[in-house]
Ligand binder design. Structure first.
Ligand code: DX5
Ligand code: ZN
Length: 223
């Protein structure tokens, strides 16, 4: 299981996003872009124009996490713009299967996200429709929150579901991932790790990415 690290630019300096992207290159596998609309979550960040500019400013693929209402309507444009991965929230989507298919058709990887209290079992039959399952390990909306250990059993159950179906679906965790928590998430079966404050709060963001990867790989290998 290859470990991937996706630094979240939510904790970066929004006035210098190109520099902040460069600060984690080439260590980072992805740049995690948190799109928040002030409705689905109580915070407002950025949207398509910023993503389009960022795509021109970095070679690191963009992992767009849409915390927005009506993702069925808005998600395809992110795939069309050239995002490498587009993740929608299950409970916000009116037609998740259709939207995941549309994201794939437009050339991006399709992700489905679940909040901490949302069960994974109802989605077991549609894992073949997604390239990534994102399990939130904080309530979405803000960076710098504490990792919710209550999600660990769900990470294990999700790993079992994905392994049983033999689907090559990545299992991403997002929220509170740090040097203190990443091993627990990796042991439980996650393989893609979003980290905002743990990366951009560090003196050397690229080094922080390398350290997180090494910790996760060690914990995953110990399984
Ligand atoms: C929270 C966002 C996260 C956030 C993570 O709703 O989806 O991607 O940036 O930040 P940290 O790693 O600081 O918890
Ligand atoms: Zn996120």
């Amino acid at each position: 299981m290859a470990i991937q690290i996706s630094p979240s630019i939510l904790s970066a300096d929004f006035a210098h996003l190109a520099d902040e992207a460069a600060a984690v290159s080439p260590s980072a596998d992805w740049l995690h872009v948190d799109v928040m609309d002030g409705h689905f979550v109580p915070n407002l960040t950025l949207g398509l124009p910023v993503v389009e500019s960022l795509l021109k400013a970095t070679d690191t693929p963009l992992d767009c996490h849409l915390m927005i209402e009506e993702p069925d309507r808005w998600a395809p444009a992110y795939a069309e713009a050239g995002a490498g991965s587009v993740t929608i929230h299950a409970k916000a989507a009116a037609a998740p299967v259709r939207t995941l298919r549309e994201i794939r058709r437009l050339g991006a990887r399709a992700g489905l996200a679940l909040n901490p209290a949302e069960p994974v079992e109802p989605y077991a039959d549609i894992v073949g429709e997604m390239d990534m399952l994102l399990l939130m390990t904080v309530e979405p909306g803000f960076g710098g929150q504490s990792f919710l250990d209550v999600v660990l059993p769900k990470i294990r159950r999700a790993r079992e579901i994905l392994d049983t179906r033999e689907a090559s679906v990545w299992l991403q965790v997002d929220g509170g991932v740090s040097a203190e928590t990443i091993e627990r998430a990796a042991e439980a079966g996650a393989d893609v790790f979003v980290a905002g404050s743990a990366v951009y709060g560090a003196q050397d963001p690229a080094q922080a990415v390398d350290r997180l990867r090494a910790l996760a790989a060690g914990a995953a290998g110990a399984e």
